[in-house]
Design a protein around this ligand. Sequence first.
Ligand code: NBP
Length: 484
Amino acid sequence: MQENASRTEGRAQVGVTGLAVMGRNLARNLARNGIRVAVHNRTTAKAEALVEEFGDEGDLTLARSLEDFVAALERPRRIIVMVKAGEGTDAVIDELVPLLDEGDIVADAGNAHFADTIRRHEALAQKGIRFAGVGVSGGEVGALEGPSIMPGCDGDTYAEIGPFLEIISAHVDDEPCCTLVGPDGAGHFVKMVHNGIEYADMQLVAESYDLMRRVLGLDPADIGGVFRGWNDTELESYLVEIAAEVLSHTDAGTGRPFVDVVRDAAEQKGTGRWTVQTALDLGVPVTAIAEATTARALSGGTARREAVREALAGAADADLPSSLTVDDLRDALYAAKVVAYAQGFDMVAAGSEEHGWDVDRADVARIWRDGCIIRARLLGDLADEVEAHPDAASLLATPTFAAAVAERLPALRRVVTAAVAQGVPAPVFSSVLAYVDALRAERLPAALVQGLRDYFGAHTYERVDRDGTFHTPWAGDRVEVDAG
Ligand code: NBP
């Protein structure tokens, strides 16, 4: 395939292989923006259909084989792989690499695990092929109209591929929602955390709905109206906007609220679970994401739910006083969102530190302001606050967000109290409150945990009043010894 770069001028500038919903729309987005695109798919009919249906939107070159695809591209080749993550990605890379030349670029825009991206980056570097792990959020519509794009690669690779990605990304005030996040796995890591936050965000919206319905007695259409109103406040966000739409929708077949005809069981197979697993490895508490992921797993365990519901049908319950208003829920939702985002950004900082990526969290907040699923007004303020206080130990310790949470803490506590009193599960609201209370506490019962560990396992402990490591011989004379 060795060929003089100047002889490839006029050929396609970018290639897209993998033309299911995402790849197809990314290719159209590139073409609509005046970029010459070569398209390829394992099943050729999909590539043919794309060119036939949308060939008039721009310069789309059909490639029926990978050889034709590679030959259709100018050099260095820029190839976006948009196939099913995992084995599909490895299969495509294995087929592509023998056809490529040194310096060519393979950009995996699927939902890869960041560890796979690090591995692929290393393997391809040994062959002189440049690799980018590109997180893309915004779903099918975003891919077509402008997604949020989180590329992870070397600077020279970004110089080649970044300008194309920036053109097709969403824009806020002419700023692209795409920037170089960091090297190798950084982009897919940040995309993973984005999806983790998305889990927490969605569960909070769902818990707010449940409390409005079961405690305040509102019907789905009314609740849709409340969300619509909230979207004109500091809660303005894509998920609040579409919650209003889904809750206001009536099922055509039954005339019932759409939300009442949908089975109440969700899955948690993907990036939410990866986020929690990785957070545990890094030792970063992401309680909102973890509870949201667990809530999905719990909902999906329908046999267990039914068995326990029946077994506890006659359980006596406490009669606890509580009060709740729609305004309390609005304030609690904002405070809880701030905490969920703060936890996610702590995780980005920890991942960046662990892997030496030097990720700029303000940049991450900026490229999430539009195009992606968690896009929200909050992210603009978040970017400014992270930039102004880069060394803050938590977003919750920055002036703007400390004030925002402090102001709403009574409402958050009323919401959790009402949920507990009325027996409505609100795991993310509850965990967020416990997280804030734990961080605010002067003393934590971790001191007793350390005592217990020393008792049964001689694990030692530190003291508050002097340096060193100590052990008490609990089964002996209990005279403390210096264990340091
Ligand atoms: P899918 O994840 O459903 O993958 C289908 C594509 O993968 C088809 O083009 C298929 O080719 C190709 N493919 C498979 Br499967 N195995 C292959 C193999 N061994 N060799 C070559 N091609 C293979 O498509 P999608 O929903 O468009 O998503 C694409 C990527 O984008 C995924 O990694 C996904 O996680 C990610 N993503 C999706 C969304 C979303 O909202 N859907 C959002 C963000 C990111 P075929 O036509 O020949 O079967």
